[in-house]
Write a protein that binds this ligand. Structure first.
Ligand SMILES: [Zn+2]
Length: 618
């Protein structure tokens, strides 16, 4: 009954979402039906995949491409060679792939492939399957591709695989031949090198036939829970070594994940606002207590997340112990589970927040990693701070949980390793350049927008972004257009500087001087290449304050006056071409104690030491 009402409101939401989307943005659609027969003795499985593919593009397609992710786990694969040549390899990968023995490697072997009942020509090229279609798919038409394949699950090196370091038997992510996305930018047949996740929206029906001693978890709804039991229904199923068929379904997603282990327990909690959330872990000294405390914190967190970032739209979510850290998938995450409570909550919140930024707002991670990792990091900091306020995790809450990242980004930039965010995720020169760019700079990007637009407009815009682009593929421009519409400001200059370059702002209070008519002149200098609007806070001897906001002329507007009872002055706009600017205050210099550029610390000013005047000129 309850589930039904969630589902019908979900359908309504999808419908409204599609009305809101840009009329010229089409997207492809898939429906996968897969049957997997798993052999736990040799870690191999055979698969049958029936894929219906709708070509909603205006183009005729005569080829299609699939990802074959497991092929990355073979010596001399692009992932292996890249890892052995990048200056700062991921510790989990390093040269490990080059040393895998035949039984430890991963592979997908395609044994047959038919289009609408007739065999087609295909070629496996590393982690990509190239298919020449027999019949081109015309605009607005669909085709059915039937594939048979057999695969071997690699020893876990990165994300997926068998026998992770905590002893989880199978972490099955990026585990099946997955159609590459075709969008307005063409095919995205990216080889799997480190971080390529972008998929076609659609539905999955997956049957997994596996040794009955294993409990399966997945990102979806278990359709035969009554037969299975084990925490998915009230029934206690008998555990046998005969095979058990698990039937999963996931709708309106762009990937499907599962995991299996002999020791898993499945606990669940119906969260306020709808979803049934599963906690699937291996009980033990390092897990049980923390995992039993997790549901309560996640329930509180979800209320905050729904309100601030938009309502979680699916009927289930699963936190599954597995993987090699934390990795997000639709309706589920794989996280390592032997952690301190704070760390377990932290990784859980981060991965769950990806349900908003990547799973529902399905950005192309290769091109806009900052839109999923960065936005997720921004939200994670806020949710963790909220949980500290609620005393659900230890630690002192702070006024602004983003400042650590602002300062961290300045430090990283000064080390000389910054690269522009516009680089494709796999093509950064270093892993740290990618990591700080995608996570930290993406997070700081939102903090800058909050500073430029003002908090109220910013948070309203975040919700509008979610409502407008959920279940679609928003790009950077789509995001900034929403920010512009909601604030009434032109923000393209900010996007150009912050995404496409590594320039930052750096402002200075150069001189402050009392004029004969009893006013005060503040001379400001723009040293950095990137311009920003300025908040100048003047504190008087009686500790009252004035906030002077100097907008940039190219914004064609300014943020609203703040409502904190601070005296507000809207100053004349600053043309970015001008290195100098003078602000005249209607107060004598003798009344002024200090003047400071952005005392909030939100604006990423590279050198803050010259942002304060306290009675003496340099
Ligand atoms: Zn992440």
């Amino acid at each position: 009954m309850y589930l039904k009402s969630i589902l019908s409101s979900l359908i309504l939401l999808c419908f409204i979402g599609s009305l809101n989307a840009q009329a010229d943005r089409w997207q492809q659609k898939v429906k996968y039906k897969m049957k997997i027969d798993f052999d736990v003795r040799n870690h191999q499985f055979t698969g049958e995949q029936e894929l219906r593919y709708w070509n909603n593009s205006p183009d005729t397609l005569d080829r299609v491409f699939y990802h074959l992710y497991f092929n990355a786990f073979q010596p001399n694969s692009m992932m292996d060679v890249r890892s052995r040549n990048i200056p700062d390899p991921d510790n989990r990968v390093r040269d490990r792939i080059s040393k895998l023995t035949p039984g430890e490697r991963g592979y997908h072997k395609i044994t047959s492939l038919e289009q609408d009942g007739k065999a087609v020509h295909f070629e496996v090229v590393g982690t990509i399957l190239e298919v020449d279609l027999l019949k081109p798919i015309l605009p607005g038409k669909s085709t059915t591709l039937k594939m048979e394949f057999n695969s071997q699950v690699p020893v876990q090196v990165r994300r997926s695989g068998r026998d992770n370091r905590e002893g989880i038997d199978y972490s099955m992510s990026q585990w099946y031949p997955k159609l590459c996305e075709y969008d307005y930018q063409g095919w995205h047949a990216n080889p799997y090198i480190a971080r390529e996740f972008y998929g076609v929206w659609g539905d999955f029906e997956v049957e997994i036939n596996i040794d009955g001693r294993y409990t399966v978890a997945a990102g979806g709804v278990l359709k035969n829970a009554d037969k299975i039991g084990r925490g998915y229904s009230d029934k206690t199923a008998r555990i046998s070594d005969k095979k058990v068929r698990w039937k999963w379904e996931a709708k309106n997603v762009h990937d499907f994940l599962w995991a299996a282990d002999r020791d898993y327990v499945v606990e669940s909690k119906l969260m306020k606002g709808g979803p049934m959330v599963y906690f699937v872990y291996q009980p033990g000294e390092k897990t049980t207590e923390n995992w039993k405390n997790l549901p309560e914190a996640m329930d509180k967190a979800l209320s905050f997340m729904n309100k601030r970032y938009g309502t979680y739209p699916y009927s289930v979510y699963s936190f599954i112990q597995g993987g090699d850290g934390g990795m997000e998938y639709p309706m589920a995450t794989l996280i390592t589970g032997e952690r301190s409570y704070s760390s377990l909550v932290g990784v859980s919140i981060h991965e769950w927040m990806h349900s908003w930024y990547q799973m529902v707002l399905g950005t192309n991670e290769s091109l806009y990693a900052w839109m999923d990792e960065g936005f997720t990091s921004f939200a994670t900091s806020e949710v963790m701070n909220y949980l500290r306020i609620q005393k659900l995790i230890p630690g002192t809450p702070v006024d602004n949980p983003q400042l650590g990242s602002v300062n961290g980004l300045i430090r990283f930039h000064k080390s000389g390793r910054s690269e522009p965010l516009s680089i494709h995720s796999d093509h950064f020169m270093t892993n740290s350049g990618y990591g700080v760019g995608a996570y930290t700079k993406g997070q700081v990007l939102l903090e800058q927008l909050k500073y430029i637009m003002g908090e109220e407009d910013f948070y309203r815009a975040l919700l509008r972004y979610y409502d407008t682009w959920k279940f679609k593929h928003p790009n950077a421009n789509d995001f900034f257009r929403i920010m512009e519409k909601e604030s009434g400001l032109e923000l393209d200059w900010f996007k150009e500087y912050f995404v496409n370059t590594t320039h930052y702002p750096d402002y200075t209070i150069e001189n402050v001087e009392g004029l004969e008519n009893g006013t005060t002149k503040i001379d400001l200098v723009k040293n950095g290449v990137m311009p920003m609007p300025l908040d100048i806070v003047i504190t008087y001897n009686d500790d009252t304050k004035t906030l002077a906001n100097i907008p940039l002329r190219i914004m064609r507007g300014h943020k609203p006056a703040n409502k904190d009872n601070v005296h507000f002055i809207l100053a004349e706009d600053w043309p970015w071409t001008h290195p100098e600017y003078s602000l005249i205050l209607e107060f004598p210099i003798e009344d002024i104690k200090t003047i400071e550029i952005d005392p909030s610390g939100s604006m990423i000013d590279l050198n803050r030491s010259d942002n304060v005047w306290s009675g003496e000129n340099p």
